[in-house]
Design a protein. Structure first.
Length: 251
């Protein structure tokens, strides 16, 4: 499979596509942004999950090419000029592999993505998993801080599953915490998860960060999050990842 990936990236770009999952403002119900998720469908192996092929790309030294391709797909799907498919200030998030943040080619890689979003009046967002955030070199951190200064939103993905120290979190050029879906899962039930989510909201508030709850799958979870005053959310109940065109009439 790893060999197939290398070959497909080089010779069969049409096997890759991107889907967009909306992030909603939980108070207004309006779309506040989208997370772009890469898809790969191999003619022989069928659909392969990014959970499988992203690590393969990393191990084969192909993650730069993969992200390059992701950006190409995203730019192909998004409009060229502002239109009603993307409200002003709407965010488009991509997932960045931690190794890429150490790569000096990152700025050049992301430049076309940043430029297009600027032109659209939208905000580019980079998601980096919590585990990896904590292992970034000073140089990587200053690279992220540079992005942040230019209006790029940096988000910690899967927050709550890593080992962030609060002292360290405070120093990161991060604006958004994405609460891992394991905490959202049991929210509708009577359990300690609502207190954990509450605690994360408290941390975010203290650090002047925003929160996005991931993995919202039902009304009970949504209601609970609203009650806890979590402002943003994402999940199958609010919208499944879909081709950008599917959101065109969106509200
Ligand atoms: O979309 P899905 O739930 O199958 O994604 C599984 C995992 O793969 C998620 O953790 C997601 O962040 C990651 N992923 C999806 N698309 C990309 C991508 O373009 N780049 C990277 N690095 N990870 C991605
Ligand atoms: O790790 P990351 O947050 O990037 O993962 C995004 C992945 O989570 C996507 O592949 C998407 O398919 C999946 N996802 C999005 N919403 C839900 C949800 O409500 N439930 C579950 N189980 N997975 C979700
Ligand atoms: Mn993500
Ligand atoms: Na996540």
């Amino acid at each position: 499979l790893s060999e197939a990936l290398v070959v497909s990236l080089k010779t069969a770009p049409e096997e890759f596509s991107v889907v967009f999952q909306p992030q909603l403002d939980l108070m207004t119900g309006k779309i506040a942004g989208y997370e772009a998720l890469l898809r790969w469908c191999h003619p022989e192996f069928g659909p392969v999950s990014p959970a499988d092929f992203v690590p393969l790309a990393e191990n084969r030294g192909q993650i730069h090419e993969l992200t390059e391709h992701l950006i190409r797909c995203v730019l192909q799907d998004l409009p060229n000029v502002p239109d009603r498919s993307l409200p002003e200030g709407c965010r488009i998030a991509i997932n960045i592999s931690p190794r890429q943040i150490n790569d000096s080619r990152l700025e050049a890689l992301l430049a076309p993505f940043f430029d297009r979003l600027n032109r659209l009046g939208c905000q580019p967002e980079l998601e980096i998993t919590e585990t990896h955030m904590m292992n970034l070199s000073p140089r990587s951190l200053s690279r992220l801080a540079g992005f942040r200064k230019r209006g790029v939103v940096v988000a910690i993905d899967d927050f709550g599953t890593g080992y962030s120290s609060l002292a360290y979190l405070h120093t990161l050029p991060v604006q958004v915490l994405k609460i891992d879906r394991q905490f959202t899962r049991r929210l509708g039930e009577k359990s300690r998860d609502s207190r954990i989510v509450s605690a994360i909201l408290g941390i975010a508030d203290a650090l002047d960060m925003e929160v996005v709850a991931e993995g919202i799958e039902n009304e009970a979870q949504l209601e609970k999050l609203r009650e806890l005053r979590c402002m943003r959310g994402q999940g199958f109940y609010l919208g499944r990842p879909a081709a950008f065109g599917a959101w065109l009439s969106g509200d």
